[in-house]
Write a protein that binds this ligand. Structure first.
Ligand SMILES: [Zn+2]
Length: 376
């Protein structure tokens, strides 16, 4: 069956202004205006590489729709939704909530199209129109919490899609793997007490948000044990990430037996990213995708929805993204000219201090069991 693919040109029109990377430009304070790290180019170039490489011909294009207010409100407060909507009408837009997440006029409509885009692909996968797929959306979503946006995210795209799958499509158990270099705090917080949604975040230790995503964050109440966090030390590359996949992610999915797997796919664990200090290559992302597909074949008929999050190097991100989508579609590698340079930098080796973090979390996997009562 086919692999779905969703991108819309308007995602490139989400305007994050002239910040100097993350910092609001301020000439009086010596901060020269530049472009925000979260700008259109990483995603636009990934889409164009998917087209130029010919991969697009093997994909089933899916058109996004806007998420409704009702769908947004399954995760967010009315106050947050109304504030974003109001600021989105202002001539110069507003900020998602933390002062480093600016948006231009009309961002509300683009953000609801991003959230609705993930819903659309979840619909297509659950209804069997496609086996798996990639949603190349913008703005990202995994940091947004119920009452606030943060970390360049406005609405929790994936969390909203999980709620849709649970409440509308009747999917019982859902797993969310987050391989963005930053902690998937927003997605985690939406399901922290829910044993029917397993969240697993592989991220750089204490990168963003500060003091978030430690090994000890494991869920609460009935959801205890159904949040896993692997805070990998800076400098972790393919060696550490693939070890985390094989020792934590794959066994956890085997025990949990999700009916649907979602991935918060950031390429900011890539070796050239300005906001992360990890060393993952496009081949690393390719192998992680393969590992995930193998376990998905075992537990949920291959049903995987991968949704784009971060990744801020406009040269490297497209090759990492291409590798993931090629793998989903069973296509041969087009090639990554950066790979020989990165492969020689040593990230392929698993180091002892990386292994010890993964092993610590791997011990928690035994506490996961298949939840059969999904009525909660
Ligand atoms: Zn990120």
């Amino acid at each position: 069956m086919a692999t779905g693919y969703l991108y819309h040109e308007v995602f490139g029109w989400h305007d994050t202004g002239s910040s100097a990377g993350l910092f609001v430009s301020d000439p009086a304070a010596g901060v020269q205006p530049f472009v925000h790290f979260e700008n259109a180019e990483t995603k636009r170039r990934m889409h164009e590489l998917i087209v130029i490489s010919g991969l697009i011909d093997r994909l089933e294009r899916i058109r996004p729709r806007h998420a409704s207010e009702e769908e947004i409100l399954r995760v967010h407060t009315r106050e947050h939704l109304e504030r974003i909507k109001a600021e989105s009408r202002l001539p110069k837009g507003g900020d998602a909530g933390d002062g480093i997440s600016p948006f231009g006029k009309g961002a509300y409509e683009i953000a609801t199209l991003a959230a609705g885009g993930v819903i659309t692909l979840v619909d297509a996968v659950v209804r069997g129109n496609v086996t798996n797929g990639y949603v190349l959306v913008r703005p990202p979503g995994h940091h947004a919490v119920a009452g606030n946006g943060m970390g360049l995210c406005i609405f929790g795209n994936l969390a909203i899609a999980v709620k849709h799958a649970r409440e509308v499509l009747g999917v019982g158990r859902i797993a969310v793997l987050d391989w963005d270099v930053h902690h998937g705090n927003g997605t985690q917080s939406a399901f922290y007490d829910d044993p029917t949604v397993l969240t697993i975040s592989l991220h750089q230790d204490n990168c963003f948000p500060p003091n978030s995503g430690g090994v000890g964050e494991r869920g609460e109440g009935p959801g205890f044990g159904y949040a896993l966090n692997v805070p990998l030390p800076p400098g972790t590359g393919d060696g550490g990430y693939l070890y985390a996949m094989s020792e934590v992610v794959v066994p956890a999915l085997r025990r949990f037996r999700p009916e649907l797997i979602l991935v918060a796919s950031g390429f900011d664990a890539g070796a050239m990213d300005p906001l992360g200090r990890q060393m993952v290559t496009s081949e690393g992302y390719r192998t992680m995708t393969r590992q995930l597909m193998d376990v998905a074949d075992e537990v949920c008929d291959g049903r995987i929805v991968i949704a784009h999050e971060g990744g801020y190097n406009p040269i490297h991100v497209p090759y990492c993204g291409l590798a993931v989508v090629e793998t989903l579609a069973g296509a041969e590698p087009f090639g990554d000219p950066l790979l020989p340079i990165m492969a020689g930098q040593g990230g392929g080796v698993l180091l002892p201090h990386q292994k010890s973090v993964v092993d610590q979390v791997a011990a928690f996997v035994a506490d996961i069991s298949v939840v059969t009562d999904v009525s909660a």
